[in-house]
Design a protein. Structure first.
Length: 149
């Protein structure tokens, strides 16, 4: 099976939007295709994020990951945040998520990042299993908080 990972641009929105919307629904959000399109368009147009997508052997986009650039002040290094990872349900279990994770790590390293970080829900056992199989370590030193309004 030929799987291809590629960086996305605005021309890829038609393929990305339904996947991004499904990803958001996985995390309990209501479907909002127009909002998803606007959000992704803005991230790509402003260069806020890097989106990598994966195609199956029929050249259908079946998954994506979205990466944000940041820094660690304590470590004084560039880091990237793997904020989103999603593979369509019908494509799961075939290595697409692993390929996206490996491509994200390679891209971050090539850009000079010293850390690639992510967060997932505590009960996302399948994703956690993938991360750990790729050598990711769960943080046991810090608790993460957020303030929303």
């Amino acid at each position: 099976m030929a799987m291809t990972v590629f960086p996305c641009g605005s021309a890829d929105l038609d393929d990305l939007v339904p996947l991004f919307d499904a990803y958001r629904q996985f995390y309990g959000q209501d479907s909002d295709l127009s909002g998803a399109r606007m959000f992704l368009h803005d991230r790509l147009a402003l260069g806020d994020s890097i989106i990598l997508a994966v195609q199956d052997d029929a050249r259908k986009v079946v998954g994506f990951t979205q990466l944000y650039r940041s820094f660690s002040s304590v470590r004084m290094v560039r880091l990237w945040i793997l904020n989103d990872l999603y593979v369509a349900p019908e494509a799961r279990g075939r290595g697409f998520g692993r390929l996206l994770m490996e491509a994200a790590a390679a891209r971050a390293r090539e850009a000079g990042a010293k850390v690639l970080a992510l967060a997932t829900q505590k009960d996302n056992v399948v994703a956690k299993s993938l991360y750990e199989s790729l050598g990711w370590m769960r943080d046991t030193e810090f608790d993460y908080y957020e303030l929303t309004w």
